[in-house]
Ligand binder design. Structure first.
Ligand code: NAD
Length: 471
């Protein structure tokens, strides 16, 4: 089948690569020339320097006969006549902190697409085409897609929904062996197109292939993300908080007991300074906004958002409230800049929020380190102040290793969960000056807290009371 993708970001590039690997012919259009150039490079390292997803580079290169990336609309015009499905993988960020979705990227792309579709088959529009929302969109977005197409005179089409459930950092692995595929369509004809696209998965063991209408498919994405976000907020704000307030409770022991109950389960059962990333916060805010717009009460959704924010602020404030530490003019090592391990995606990362806090508190220097996300992080803070929030580039220095970040620092903040951070105990004792504060926002060093306190460090960890340095 001939498939067109609009948007070559994390979702578009990964999904398109899987489609090509499934034997379809795929054209991927994106307005970002640099991204298109990298994805077209045939070089794994160049591809993954833009979109760090394990396996993405190899998959694209392996299927290069069937996948092409372009920023040129003329390529779409040449390709469109036999296209049966178009996946919309555009950004759907929040509008002005209101919870409402900013549909400008999506609508611009849909209008561009509509113009091309209206001219297909020399204007006869004889090829039936299914337009599929893969972006996470408001529940009733399919209606808007239809309106845009009809306004441009597009005929012989339908709209559907196929929400993306990929987990960044495991996107390729997860897409090759998905737990579930949810397709939303209005007719048997459209379900048949979806079955063709996902043919290789339908009979595969352990894949839950679910057919519903497009509204249900879109709603399920928002609700699934909320269930996961809610879980994290509970772990931080209730379980973690209890362990911080009552001396003698170890988060890991409490966890062991609770997850032994299969009804509770173990997904997301950890403590962290923040649940960031491009989706959970944005999607919860969108869900809240949409519920309100229909007269519903979004209290629980809003409470989870507040709990997540409270967790971050409380953690960062503990240095001041618990040991009267003054951040002004201090040097801080900040480890883990992406929103989680195995990705270079820094959107809404805890490290960004922590850096904003530190800059506002007047630190002298932030020595930041991440195995893959350093450049994205620096770019964020080198951007125009309106985007970055702070004109801060001169205060942030990228270190080339954990030790490089730590030397000379007065505080170490672990904001990310790269597994190698678990091994940092010895290195801290060698490189971080004695008397410094270790702020562990991921409980990466929980085996070492006693030893580090004995060695002269103050330990502030999520899910533990303060452990004072033994002088
Ligand atoms: N990243 C995730 O983990 C994830 C998971 C599930 C769902 N989603 C949803 O999928 C959607 C895309 O997310 P993403 O992470 O891939 O975003 P992204 O920002 O990485 O990618 C979006 C791409 O769209 C391109 N674009 C913008 N306007 C365009 C236009 N007019 N024409 C063509 N391309 C255009 C951008 O240049 C960018 O490369 C969002 O709705 C997101 O909420 C993301």
């Amino acid at each position: 089948m001939k498939i067109l993708y609009f948007g070559a970001g994390y979702v578009g590039a990964c999904s398109a690569a899987i489609s090509a690997d499934s034997g379809h012919e795929v054209l991927v259009y994106d307005i970002n020339q640099a991204l298109v150039k990298s994805l077209s490079s045939n070089d794994k390292d160049v591809i993954e320097s833009k979109l760090y997803e394990k396996g993405l580079g190899d998959l694209i290169i392996r299927n290069k006969q069937r996948i092409k990336f372009t920023d040129n609309l003329a390529d779409i015009e040449q390709y469109i006549d036999a296209v049966e499905a178009v996946f919309m993988c555009l950004p759907t960020p929040e509008k002005d902190g209101s919870g409402e979705t900013n549909l400008a990227f999506y609508e611009n792309a849909a209008e561009t697409l509509a113009e091309i579709l209206a001219k297909r088959n020399y204007g006869a529009q004889s090829q039936y085409v299914l337009l599929i929302n893969k972006s996470t969109v408001p529940i009733e977005m399919v209606n808007r897609t239809k309106e845009i197409m009809e306004a441009a005179g597009v005929k012989n089409f339908s709209t559907g929904s196929n929400p993306e459930f990929l987990v960044e950092g495991k996107a390729i692995e997860g897409s090759i062996r998905p737990e579930r595929i949810v397709v939303g369509a209005w007719s048997e004809k459209d379900f048949a197109i979806f079955r063709d696209i996902y043919d290789r998965f339908i009979e595969a063991p352990n894949v839950n292939y679910i057919e519903v209408n497009p509204l249900e498919a879109a709603a399920s994405k928002l609700l699934a993300n909320f269930m996961l976000f809610n879980r994290l907020a509970n772990c931080f704000d209730v379980v973690g908080r209890v362990c911080e307030k009552f001396a003698g409770l170890h988060f890991e022991n409490i966890r062991k007991i609770l997850i032994a109950d299969s009804r509770i389960g173990d997904w997301g059962f950890y403590d962290s300074l923040y649940a960031g990333g491009s989706c959970f916060i944005k999607d919860a805010r969108s869900l809240s906004y949409q519920l309100k717009s229909k007269g519903g009460r979004p209290d629980l959704v809003d409470d989870c958002l507040a709990a997540n924010h409270r967790q971050l602020v409380d953690f960062l404030n503990r240095a001041k409230t618990e040991i009267d530490f003054n951040w002004s003019d201090k040097t801080v090592a900040l480890l883990g800049l992406s929103f989680k391990r195995d990705t270079n995606d820094i959107r809404n990362s805890a490290a960004i929020e922590a850096a904003k806090f530190l800059l506002a508190a007047g630190v002298k220097k932030i020595k930041a380190y991440d195995p893959v996300a350093g450049n994205n992080f620096l770019k964020y803070f080198s951007g125009p102040p309106a985007q970055a929030g702070q004109p801060a580039a001169d205060k942030i220095i990228l270190a080339d290793s954990e030790t490089g970040a730590m030397s000379g620092a007065e505080v170490l903040i672990i904001a990310g969960d790269w597994p190698q951070f678990r091994e940092l105990g010895e290195s801290i004792m060698r490189n971080l000056p004695k008397g410094a504060i270790v702020m562990d926002g991921r409980r990466m060093l929980q085996q070492k807290y006693q030893e580090l306190a004995q060695a002269g460090y103050n330990i502030i960890a999520v899910g533990s009371p303060l452990m004072k340095a033994v002088k």
